[in-house]
Ligand binder design. Structure first.
Ligand code: GTP
Length: 670
C-alpha cells in the first residue's frame, strides 16, 4: 500500500514532487524510445530448440524484442476484466462467446461479486508490423508474445497490483469515459509511474450515453501530464476501438530488459496449491533460461528443486519445456507447500551465485479478526481449510488463539475488510466450514507503566484494567484520497471530521469534480466509511488510501457482558470520546439479534468496572411456528428445519446462543 502517496492538485510540495516525477517519467519515455529496444543484442539466440511436443508452441522464436509484458490497471469496475476478455478473444487465446465473461476472474467469489481479487496472467500471440522500422515490405508481420496481467481494482488488493507490476514494462491505464479519473486511478497511476513503466491511457466504455472522452482526456492531462493524443478510445462491450490496443502495446511498451547470456534469475511472482499437481509457481525470467529437468535453488530458503513441468498460461497451463529471458510462465517442481514458494523470492540455477532481485515489500495487515468454527468440534476442519486457503493467499497472517467464549480458533490479519470478507466467503464456499468471525480490529500500540510497548491485534489481549497501567496508546492512520462531484464537498468534509480526520489537501480536478486528501485513523475507515461516503454522495465519490504513521490517541477497551460474563470475542477498542455512544448502540443492536431464551439475558457494555449501557432480553423461547396458524405440516417442518440450520451458525456463549449476525452488527456499530 505504501508508495501510493502522490496526489494531483495543490500544494507546493506536491508540485515539486510532481515536477520531479514528471521529469523522471518523461526522461523514462525518452530513454526508452521504441527503437532503442531493437538495439538489444541477443548473444544466446541459439537456445536448444526444446519446444513443447505437447503444444507445438516454440518459445525460441520469442526473444526479448518479440515480448511485451503489460498489466491492465484501473479503478474498480472501469472494465479491466472485460477488456482482458476482448484481448484474449482478439488473439484467439479464448473463443469468442466462450460463455464465461471475465475469463480471468476464476474464483467463485470473483464471479459472484463481479470483482477481481487475484491478479491473473495470460499469454497471447499477436502478429503486428511495426511501422517506421523500414521493414514494412516484409510480407508476413512478425508474431509477438504478449503477457497480460489482469489486476484487481479494489484498494484492499493493491498489493496484488504492485506485485504484478514488477513483471511488466508497461500498463494500460483504463478509465471509464463517463466516470473519469477516480481515486484508484490516481493510486494505480502512481504505482506504475514510480515503477517507471510506460503508461498507455485507455478511455473505455465510450458506448455509454454519458461518456465524455474529452473531459477524461483533459483530466489525464491535468492530473498526470499524460498527452491526450496518446489516449485510446475503446468500448470493451461493443468492441469499438479495440483494434488499436495491441498495436499500441507492441509499439509503445518496451520489451523486457534482461540478459539471456547471464546466469538464470527468476522472480517468483505468485504461487498456489493445486490438489493434483502440487505447488504451481508463477515466475518471470529476468535473466538466463530455464528448461524442464533443470535444477534450481531459492535464494530465500536455499532449497533446491527440479523442474518437473514448465510452460506458459495460454490461458490455462500450457507446457513449453522452456522459459527464456523476459518470459512469464509457470513451473511445477515438487514443492510441497506454498510456504516454500515465497512470493518475491529469486530463483536461480543452483550452480550459480546471483545478485537477488529486489523482491516485494511484505504485505501489510490492516485489520485483524478472530475466526472460530461455529461448531467447536470443527476446529480441525477449520484448521485444515485455513491451511489450504492460505496456500493460495499468502497475504493472510494466521496464528492460533483461544477465546473463553468461542473456544479454539485463529487470529488472522488481512489487507482490508473486503479481503477479510472474501477469505471468510472462500472458507465457507470452497471448504464448507461455518465460521464465526469476530469484530475486526486494527493493530494498536499500547505502552504500559513499566515502559514496555505491545502491538495489540486482539482487544481481548488487553486486560480490562483501569487506565493507569496504560501510559500511552497509538493508533494507525491512513492518508485517504477522495474524489467527488463538487456539490458533495460539504457532507464529505462533515463525514471526515466526524471520523477524526485532518484535511491535508483540497482542490478541483475540473469544474465538476473535487479532490481531497485526509489523514484519518484507520479504525474510522475500516468498517463502514466507504458505504457512508457512497450514500452521502449518491454513489459518486471514490476513495482510496495508503497506510501512514501511527498517532497518539485516547483509547479504551470496551467489554460486552452477557449475564455478567464478559464475552472476550466481543471486546473492542474505541476512542474514549466515542465509547459511550458505541457502547449504547452495541447493546441495542445485540438485543435485536440474540434470541429470547427460557431465562432473562442482560447485555451490558463496560469500560473496566464501569457499566456504561445495559439492555435486558426477557425470557421466552422463540417460537418460529407462532405465525403458522393451523395448516400444512410440511410448512411447519420447513420452518423448524430452517431454525435448526440457523442454530448451526450460532455460538453458545455460557448459556446464550449468539448468531453470526450479532457479530456482524457489532462490526457495523464499532
Ligand atoms: N457499457 C459498457 N460497459 C462495460 C464496458 N466494459 C466493461 N463494462 C461493464 O462494466 C462492469 C465492470 O466490468 P469489469 O470488467 O468487471 O471491471 P473491472 O475493472 O475488471 O472490475 P474489478 O475487477 O472489480 O476492478 C461490467 O458490468 C462490464 O460488463 C464497456 O466498454 N461499455
Amino acid at each position: 500500500m505504501s508508495g501510493r502517496s502522490c496526489s494531483p492538485g495543490m500544494g507546493s510540495l506536491y508540485r515539486a514532487i510532481k515536477t520531479l516525477k514528471t521529469t523522471r517519467f518523461l526522461s523514462n519515455l525518452i530513454t526508452n524510445p521504441l527503437n532503442s529496444h531493437f538495439r538489444l543484442t541477443f548473444p544466446f539466440c541459439s537456445h536448444s530448440r526444446q519446444s513443447s511436443k505437447e503444444t507445438g508452441i516454440d518459445l525460441n522464436q520469442y526473444l526479448l524484442d518479440r515480448i511485451r509484458n503489460f498489466s491492465i490497471i484501473a479503478h474498480v469496475d472501469h472494465g479491466k476484466s472485460t477488456l482482458a476478455d476482448r484481448l484474449l478473444e482478439l488473439t484467439g487465446t479464448i473463443k469468442r462467446g466462450h460463455g464465461q465473461p471475465q475469463y480471468l476472474d476464476k474464483l467463485q467469489v470473483e464471479r459472484e461479486r463481479g470483482i477481481t481479487v487475484k491478479a491473473q496472467t495470460a499469454t497471447m500471440f499477436y502478429s503486428h508490423q511495426i511501422h517506421g522500422l523500414g521493414n514494412n515490405d516484409v510480407s508476413e508481420p512478425p508474431k509477438f508474445l504478449l503477457n497480460l496481467i489482469d489486476t484487481p481494482g479494489h484498494v484492499d488488493f493493491s498489493y496484488e497490483v504492485s506485485r504484478s507490476l514488477a513483471a511488466c514494462q508497461g500498463v494500460l491505464l483504463v478509465v471509464d469515459a463517463a466516470q473519469g479519473v477516480q481515486a484508484q486511478t490516481v493510486a494505480n497511476f502512481y504505482l506504475a509511474f514510480e515503477s517507471n513503466l510506460t503508461i498507455i491511457p485507455v478511455i473505455n466504455k465510450i458506448d455509454q450515453p454519458t461518456a465524455d472522452p474529452d473531459r477524461v482526456k483533459a483530466q489525464l492531462k491535468s492530473m498526470f501530464d499524460l498527452d491526450p493524443s496518446d489516449a485510446l478510445l475503446t468500448s470493451a462491450k461493443t468492441g469499438q476501438g479495440l483494434e488499436q490496443v495491441l498495436p499500441a502495446v507492441i509499439e509503445r511498451i518496451p520489451p523486457p530488459p534482461g540478459d539471456s547470456s547471464s546466469p538464470l534469475r527468476m522472480l517468483l511472482l505468485d504461487s498456489y496449491y493445486d490438489e493434483y499437481r502440487g505447488v504451481i509457481c508463477h515466475v518471470a525470467v529476468v535473466d538466463g533460461v530455464l528448461r524442464k529437468g533443470d535444477k534450481f535453488s531459492s535464494v530465500a530458503t536455499g532449497q533446491t528443486y527440479e523442474v518437473g513441468d514448465i510452460g506458459i498460461m495460454h490461458p490455462e497451463l500450457t507446457p513449453t519445456g522452456i522459459l527464456l529471458t523476459g518470459q512469464v510462465g509457470y513451473i511445477i517442481s515438487g514443492m510441497r507447500s506454498t510456504k516454500e514458494a515465497r512470493v518475491g523470492d529469486t530463483l536461480h540455477h543452483n550452480r550459480s551465485i546471483v545478485q537477488p532481485l529486489p523482491g516485494f515489500k511484505p504485505a501489510k495487515h490492516m485489520v485483524f479478526s478472530g475466526l472460530y468454527p461455529a461448531d467447536g468440534s470443527d476446529f480441525e476442519v477449520l484448521n485444515h481449510a485455513i491451511e489450504r486457503l492460505t496456500c493460495n493467499d499468502a497475504s493472510v497472517s494466521v496464528s492460533k488463539e483461544t477465546s473463553s467464549a468461542l473456544g479454539m480458533g485463529f487470529r488472522c490479519g488481512f489487507l482490508g475488510l473486503l479481503h477479510m470478507d472474501v477469505f471468510h466467503q472462500r472458507l465457507e464456499q470452497e471448504y464448507g466450514v461455518h465460521v464465526i468471525s469476530t469484530v475486526p480490529t486494527v493493530p494498536y500500540i499500547f505502552e504500559y507503566s513499566d515502559g514496555s510497548k505491545v502491538e495489540v491485534q486482539n482487544p481481548a489481549a488487553l486486560p480490562s484494567q483501569s487506565k493507569q497501567r496504560v501510559t500511552a496508546c497509538w493508533e494507525p492512520t491512513v492518508i485517504a484520497t477522495i474524489i467527488m462531484p463538487s456539490e458533495h464537498v460539504g457532507p464529505v468534509i462533515t463525514l471526515c471530521s466526524e471520523r477524526r480526520g485532518q484535511q491535508l489537501e483540497y482542490s478541483f480536478i475540473d469544474s465538476q469534480r473535487a479532490f481531497m486528501k485526509y489523514r484519518l485513523p484507520l479504525r474510522e475507515i475500516v468498517v463502514d466509511f466507504y458505504n457512508e461516503l457512497k450514500s452521502i454522495t449518491s454513489g459518486y465519490a471514490s476513495f482510496d488510501y495508503e497506510d501512514s504513521e501511527y498517532q497518539q490517541a485516547d483509547l479504551v477497551k470496551l467489554d460486552i457482558l452477557l449475564n455478567g460474563q464478559p464475552v472476550d470475542a466481543m471486546a473492542t477498542i474505541v476512542h474514549n470520546l466515542k465509547a459511550q455512544r458505541v457502547g449504547r448502540e452495541l447493546v441495542e443492536k445485540l438485543k435485536n439479534f440474540i434470541d429470547r431464551q427460557m431465562f432473562e439475558i442482560t447485555i451490558q457494555a463496560a469500560i473496566g468496572a464501569k457499566v456504561i449501557a445495559r439492555e435486558t432480553i426477557s425470557a421466552m423461547r422463540k417460537n418460529v411456528l407462532a405465525k403458522c396458524y393451523g395448516g400444512d405440516i410440511t410448512r411447519k417442518r420447513k420452518l423448524l428445519e430452517k431454525q435448526k440450520e440457523g442454530k448451526k451458525r450460532m455460538k453458545r456463549v455460557g448459556s446464550v446462543d449468539i448468531p453470526q449476525e450479532a457479530f456482524n452488527e457489532l462490526l457495523k456499530v464499532s
